[in-house]
Write a protein that binds this ligand. Structure first.
Ligand SMILES: *[C@@H]1O[C@H](CO)[C@@H](O)[C@H](O)[C@H]1NC(C)=O
Ligand SMILES: *[C@@H]1O[C@H](CO)[C@@H](O)[C@H](O)[C@H]1NC(C)=O
Length: 486
């Protein structure tokens, strides 16, 4: 128990003035406002925090999910579009470029659509997702499929894609998703010759421009992490290095950092590493002046088909490392079924997908004052020891209610941190923290795990704000907790 509950660490005495009034009136709302205000002051006075950081950087809280090829048990598309933070779903795959009616491309959506020229349920869900502001892309390629052995025509294939899935209006072309109009095409050609892809994309972009009224269509690609190198069977190379006459650079690149030596699992916080996000960032800066956004592609769950999975914990460390790369755009997860069936045990039942979005959103440091304040506090800490917290409010229904109500501001810890670092990040002196921890039988180096709740409350006796308690919500015992709490 002692290592789970950690009560009454004093923080910032400068809060004092703001609090006197609140305490006299014993008004929780005022108290919360005062804490927030203090955090805000801390944020604006932290030298590493600059307001311009916020306005200049792009949003990075984007989540991209692949859907369509999941094992039996993958849920319908609308289920994933109901998940918090999903910005794009990519449907996999068009596997046959010329085998359909009148030699049109053919889909394979695994168990999700048996009659591949008429996918009624998926069509309905595509519209549902789009209504929620989520973009839906059609991916071309994948690991399996006849396209590997086909001779295809870049211009004709573009014409088919335009009329079959996008804004094209040729009435003679069967449309698997009916009148649903997808938002663009993603390219994942694997182990084939790349000749013609740059021309094909250029032609498709010309067709995009014929849409009236205009509409934004995307081109994306999903290379594997070694694919900036040329080798004969690397088709994406042609898309990443198009001939100058073609307008073929993708708008976004969802790099598969798995199944390769340069996978996310190879990431190291110190020393040299084969994980190569930086190389992709450099490519984007040099080739498209950063216009192309690079996404960190990860596996949503450990599985028999793939290697290079990283736990949520490790993912957060990697994100801390790459979040400031200029072309970083967000996280891609292969695939939706994995990401939302993989429970992150220490996060009280949040799935990998849910937790990843919360973390990204926190890094993106939305509008909440507290989030901003904590962002700046976090920036002040290096070496990945940073506490990263998300404010919790009563509307956060993903989590079970705490056994003891937080009478101040409640936070969820998203990353492992030692007690000492957490306390000092909130303004306690190292000595006082050590003394306090010793007095309750803890060591300052003891880790507090992700999923722990932290409550900032006022201490009426000393007129200061304290970390009221830290606890493990999954095994907490009210009686024992109250011993520390009261
Ligand atoms: C889809 O691809 C899988 C794997 O290659 C294959 O077993 C299945 O028959 C294909 N389904 C359709 C409808 O073509
Ligand atoms: C909570 O306790 C369980 C069981 O001891 C443990 O597996 C888990 O890691 C703990 N979580 C936190 C956040 O400390």
């Amino acid at each position: 128990m002692k290592s789970l509950t950690w009560s009454l660490i004093y923080i910032s005495t400068t809060i004092l003035q703001h609090l006197v009034f609140a305490q006299v009136n014993n008004d929780i709302a005022l108290l919360n406002a005062a804490i927030e205000q203090d955090l805000d002051i801390a944020a604006s006075s932290t030298p590493m925090f600059r307001a311009s950081d916020d306005t200049q950087r792009n949003n990075i809280n984007n989540m991209v999910l692949y859907w369509g090829q999941g094992d039996f048990g993958e849920k319908r598309l609308s289920y994933y579009c109901d998940q918090e933070g999903v910005s794009i779903v990519v449907i996999g795959f068009v596997v046959d470029f010329i085998g359909g009616p009148r030699k049109s491309p053919i889909l394979n959506l695994s168990d999700n659509c048996n009659n591949v020229e008429n996918c009624i349920e998926a069509a309905r869900d595509i519209k549902y997702c789009q209504k929620k502001g989520i973009k839906v892309l059609m991916s071309v390629g994948g690991a399996a499929g006849p396209y590997h052995k086909q001779n295809w025509d870049p211009d004709l294939f573009a014409w088919w894609m335009w009329n079959k899935f996008l804004g094209g209006t040729d009435k003679t072309v069967p449309r698997p998703f009916g009148d649903a109009i997808l938002d663009g095409v993603d390219y994942d050609p694997e182990s084939v010759d790349g000749l013609g892809y740059d021309r094909h994309i250029d032609t498709l972009r010309q067709l995009y421009k014929t849409q009236y009224p205009p509409r934004e269509y995307l081109i994306t690609a999903a290379p594997q992490c070694p694919d900036l190198d040329y080798y004969p069977k690397n088709a994406v190379y042609n898309i990443l290095h198009p001939a100058p006459k073609y307008d073929a650079y993708p708008d976004m690149v969802f790099v598969q950092f798995y199944n390769n030596y340069c996978s996310a699992s190879a990431h190291q916080t110190r020393g040299s590493t084969q994980f190569n996000f930086d190389v992709w960032d450099t490519w984007a800066q040099q080739r498209t002046k950063g216009r192309t956004k690079i996404y960190l592609g990860v596996l949503g769950k450990e599985n028999h088909m793939d290697t290079g999975y990283v736990s949520y914990e490790k993912l957060t460390v990697i994100l801390d490392d790459i979040r400031r790369s200029r072309s970083f755009g967000g996280v891609m997860i292969w695939d939706a079924g994995y990401a939302y069936s993989n429970t992150v045990q220490y996060l009280n039942g949040l799935t990998y997908g849910q937790a990843t979005f919360k973390y990204l959103d926190q890094l993106n440091s939305g509008n909440a004052k507290t989030a901003k304040a904590f962002d700046s506090i976090n920036m002040a800490f290096k070496d990945h020891r940073v506490p990263i917290l998300v404010p919790l409010d009563s509307s956060n229904s993903d989590l079970p209610p705490p056994p003891v109500p937080c009478t101040g501001l409640s936070f969820l810890l998203l990353r492992s941190v030692s007690g000492r670092v957490l306390a000092s990040s909130l303004g306690s002196s190292a000595d006082s923290v050590d003394q306090h921890l010793e007095s309750i039988g803890m060591d300052g180096d003891d880790p507090i795990n992700p999923g722990s709740r932290i409550c900032l409350i006022s201490n009426l006796n000393t007129n200061s704000v304290v970390i009221g308690y830290v606890y493990n919500a999954s095994i907490i015992d009210d009686q024992e907790l109250s011993e520390f709490y009261i």
